[in-house]
Design a protein around this ligand. Structure first.
Ligand code: PNW
Length: 474
């Protein structure tokens, strides 16, 4: 069963000519995947739906951001995207035909609640029809409530994630979704990649709502403090939503999807680099996962980021254990060195999510052992995406050791560099195959990984990169 799923995924991305080769190339340790292991493909509402002002949908912060001059590649927006709003039956047929039985999607809050609070019947009807069709095709949905598209009304009213008002509005939105769709959806995610949308939205300003300290690029914002505050409210919103979930749904699971890289010490044998790599892992992964599993921020972050807000003891109780499993998005890895390291090709880190901590690391994509330069991997279509399948194994094992919870790889994928053979899609097949192999290795070493979703079912709107990057199996 597991093997069949992987074959379907790899075949969806290949032409007929390449299909036999794809199947032949299945790694042997796939046989180690447990019975019932779920293979799927993933998408997100704003990246595929289009119909931005149809069906009663209200604007989100991404509509505003993408229409602002100079914010996205080519001025691209999600106005039309994959036109999934109109063409969803065809898109679901792609899954059905390939034999893919699991589909991760997100709901557009502003389609369901144009002002962030009032239900829009047409939006409800759209998702209802979509979920009914998935059921008819025997495809199991995994639904994310928030994949970065905050209703613009809430941004304008109280600055969105910067205000504690958002906590109640998000929990109410979540509660409504559980009530409306909980009969058909058993696997729920509150947030997709807080690290990315908090870092991009409030640290670097390259994502909506586009706030940062640099006044040449951002009209407003404070990169030192706002990411911490926004993240704090995201975590609380998660906790209150999870409480509502558990009060209503007993035959399902709730999780949060987090992301990050595997950080390996740059200089093998250096204690300083080992410490830097380990604190980097905590700044990316544990910033969000420690609170929802253990009830508080990691001690290392509290010590290094004094501006980190504090949870009350009541909030800590609510946060602790507020997920049934961990969603894991993995794309790439880095070598990490201590900040005082003098090392060629290592640059000051800009990916820790917490800008205040960036000066504590150097990041590198190659190291120089005595035998010669060792690159982390070849680079994909996006300049940040170095192909490093071992990193997925190591991330899963790092998470297992720290949290000991069931996990799902909720996103993994690659955009191929321009000029790579697109016809037989060899590049992508190779990426997916090696990473699925990496998951199997982690399972063999004791990680409880239950699912793998390829990003993405379709080429789609890649945020600030617009339509210039193509992650789609189709
Ligand atoms: C994810 N990184 O974002 C998002 O969840 C998707 O919406 C997006 O399309 C996809 O990955 C591809 O980018 C990420 O720097 C953005 O490692 C950046 C990173 C990882 C994920």
């Amino acid at each position: 069963m597991a093997l069949g799923g992987a074959t379907a995924l790899l075949c969806l991305t290949a032409t007929t000519a390449a299909k036999t080769a794809a199947v032949d190339a299945l790694p042997p340790n796939l046989l180690a995947l447990p019975e019932g292991f779920a293979f799927g493909a993933a998408t997100a509402a704003y990246q595929i739906e289009g119909a931005a002002s149809e069906g009663g949908r209200g604007p989100s912060i991404w509509d505003a951001f993408s229409h602002e001059k100079g914010k996205t590649h080519n001025g691209d927006s999600g106005d039309v995207a994959d036109d999934h709003y109109h063409r969803y039956p065809e898109d679901i047929e792609l899954l059905a035909k390939a034999g893919i039985k699991h589909y991760r999607l997100s709901l557009s809050w502003s389609r369901l609640m144009p002002d962030g609070r009032t239900l829009n019947d047409e939006g409800v009807a759209f998702y209802s029809a979509l979920l009914d069709l998935l059921k008819e095709k025997n495809i199991e949905p995994r639904v994310t409530l928030y994949h970065w598209d905050l209703p613009l009304a809430l941004e304008e009213e109280y600055k969105g994630w910067l205000s504690s008002d958002i906590v109640e509005d998000f929990a109410n939105y979540a509660g409504k979704c559980f009530a409306l769709f909980g009969d058909r959806v058993k696997t729920w995610t509150t947030f997709n990649e807080p690290l990315t949308f908090v870092g991009g939205g409030y640290g670097t300003g390259v994502m909506a709502p586009g706030r940062c300290s640099d006044r040449t690029r951002c009209k407003e914002g404070d990169s030192e403090t706002e990411p911490l505050l926004a993240a704090h409210h995201v975590l609380l919103a998660h906790a209150y939503a999870a409480q509502k979930f558990r009060a209503r749904i007993s035959d399902g699971t709730i999780d949060m999807v987090n992301c990050g890289w595997m950080a390996w010490p740059l200089r093998e044998g250096s204690m300083d680099d080992a410490n830097a790599a380990s604190s980097f892992m905590e700044a990316q992964w544990a910033w969000f996962i420690d609170p929802i599993v253990k009830g508080d921020y990691p001690p290392s972050l509290k010590a290094r980021a004094p501006a980190l807000p504090q949870f009350t003891s009541e909030e800590q109780k609510l946060l602790k254990g507020s997920v049934d499993m961990l969603g894991v998005n993995y794309y790439t890895s880095r070598y990490v060195a201590a900040a005082d390291a003098v090392y060629p090709a290592a640059s000051v880190g800009d990916a820790a999510g917490i800008p205040a901590l960036n000066n504590e690391y150097h990041l590198a994509t190659s190291r120089q052992p005595s035998e010669g330069t060792q690159k982390i991997g070849v680079v994909g279509g996006s300049s940040w995406l170095y192909v490093a399948p071992d990193g997925l194994t190591d991330v899963l094992l790092w998470l297992k050791d720290r949290y000991n919870l069931p996990m799902a790889v909720t996103e993994n994928g690659c955009d191929q560099p321009d000029g790579e053979d697109e016809h037989d899609d060899v590049w992508r097949i190779d990426y997916l195959r090696s990473h699925i192999d990496g998951v199997a290795t982690a399972i063999q070493r004791g990680a409880d990984v239950q699912a793998y979703y390829a990003w993405s079912l379709l080429d789609n709107y890649e945020w600030a990169d617009g339509y210039s990057k193509r992650f789609g199996l189709v």
